[in-house]
Design a protein around this ligand. Sequence first.
Ligand code: SAM
Length: 390
Amino acid sequence: MAVTPSTHQVFPDIPAKAPEGSTEPGMTLSPKAQALAETLARGIPDRNTLHHILSTQDPDEIEAIRHVAEQTLLKHCGDTVRLRGLIEFSNRCTSDCYYCGIRRSNRAPKRYTLKLDEIVETAKWCGEKGYGSVVLQSGERRDAKFARFISDAVRAIKDETRSTELPQGVGITLCVGEQSTDTYAEWFEAGAHRYLLRMESSSPQLFAMLHPESQSYDSRVQCLRTLKTLGYRVGTGVMIGLPGQTFDNLVDDLLFFRDIGADMIGMGPYIPHAQAVLPGSATIPDAATRLQLALRMIAATRLLLPGINIAATTALQTLAPDGREQGLRFGANVIMPQATPNHVRRQYTLYDGKPCLDDSAGPCASCLEGRVNSVGRRVLRNAWGDSQPG
Ligand code: SAM
């Protein structure tokens, strides 16, 4: 990475570091960090710079990275945080992802699927709160009854959430795993216009470690391509801090996001689940390190893909009470407030320590506004809040 020391400041709000021994209060940046900030502000980071963003341990450089990522976000996307009410409508799953608490072979969770009416009522509540968009998320099923159920739910939500502000109803993101092209097309036709399918890791080796043989890397990539071809706004993402994962793996993940043409990124720290069977969980970095790495991944994504939507995920909040706010400060601009009805929320525990299990959706909604405002940002209401096409 070419980092040249500089004599002038790019960011006047961060004064250059005071001389050794100075007691001057306030934020300061060392000349080295100031030079990094200038490099980052100059253009899209290359592979070496991405690696450095993830790996530097220098507190001044970390603040420089955060600051430039935040400025890049404000310049390209504005100061609004876009909301997607998260409705975890079923924990029935035919997949067996080794890291996941609702995987098929885990007998602990009581399996549920919400009734269509309850899903629609929940989506209506989100619309009335001004959320603008909802995410319908569940375990993975590929039967015809499930496909029809989703189509019906999407149509009903669209019909029931039309308003003066949202003449086409709330925006709908689906997050229900790998499906056939026909099924994806049917749901798009019904009115879902976004799809979130995480790659989990762009490394074929790590992907194979996370999943049984029946779930293939190639099939996941093909699904993402199909979704793009069909016209969906496509979200993807990875887990950060997996056993054996390296900085180079994470840099590859960032370049994968770019190459697949992602419109949105939803990624977060890997958090072990007591009943999951992923080997090596005892060897992963501690929670603080995984949180820090996840924040750096957000900043790196923002710098690589400036106009994209990036979620500050619930998993960040699991590792620190203000994890999502930190995510916003590192360049994220989407939050998925928990809207799942309270009576099933405890059955949708993907990992241990998931927050907001007992709060009702109402208090969740008001707590969110304060959290967003606390980092100097505004909630975008009554709008889908898509990213500009890249
Ligand atoms: N079945 C759908 C799919 O796989 O896309 C949607 C639901 S799946 C449970 C949603 C996401 O939860 C996964 O993509 C995964 O990244 C995340 N997840 C599951 N277990 C996790 C864990 N132990 N730590 C962090 N994230 C986890």
